[in-house]
Design a binder for this molecule. Structure first.
Ligand code: 5GP
Ligand code: ZN
Length: 109
């Protein structure tokens, strides 16, 4: 079982930001910015590549609620999802990173 599935099952503790029946938002264990929250579907999908569009639509609604709760809608934030090897994905369970609470900087090479 993957590490995020263990978090969903409560086998690994997490700092929950928001939760509903199908999705969970929790603080990243190694935050890259002042705010660094991970949003996951409770059901395991390897990555964004395989999430059914209907589930993604529900996840989008959930993410909007997370952003409201974090009070970063006005100041802005960055949302990214890493996919596969070249994408730098380390945990093979779809997750969106929400980064903010400060200017996150530009994406530069
Ligand atoms: P990826 O590189 O797969 O896009 O991001 C994985 C993220 O999961 C990393 O930012 C890492 O810090 C975070 N992470 C890995 N293991 C745990 C954990 O057990 N708990 C929490 N809260 N975050 C984790
Ligand atoms: Zn999983």
């Amino acid at each position: 079982m993957c590490i995020f599935c263990k978090i969903v099952k409560g086998e690994i503790p997490n700092q929950t930001v928001l939760e509903d029946e199908n999705f969970l938002a929790f603080n990243d264990i190694n935050p890259a910015r002042k705010i660094h929250v991970l949003v996951i579907p409770k059901q395991h999908y390897d990555s964004f590549d395989v999430i059914p569009p209907k589930v993604m639509a529900s996840m989008t609604e959930f993410i909007h609620k997370v952003v409201s709760k974090l009070e970063i809608k006005e100041s802005g934030y960055r949302m990214i999802t890493n996919i596969g090897s070249d994408g730098g994905q380390e945990v093979p369970h779809l997750h969106f990173h929400i980064l903010g609470g400060e200017p996150v900087g530009r994406l530069v090479r």
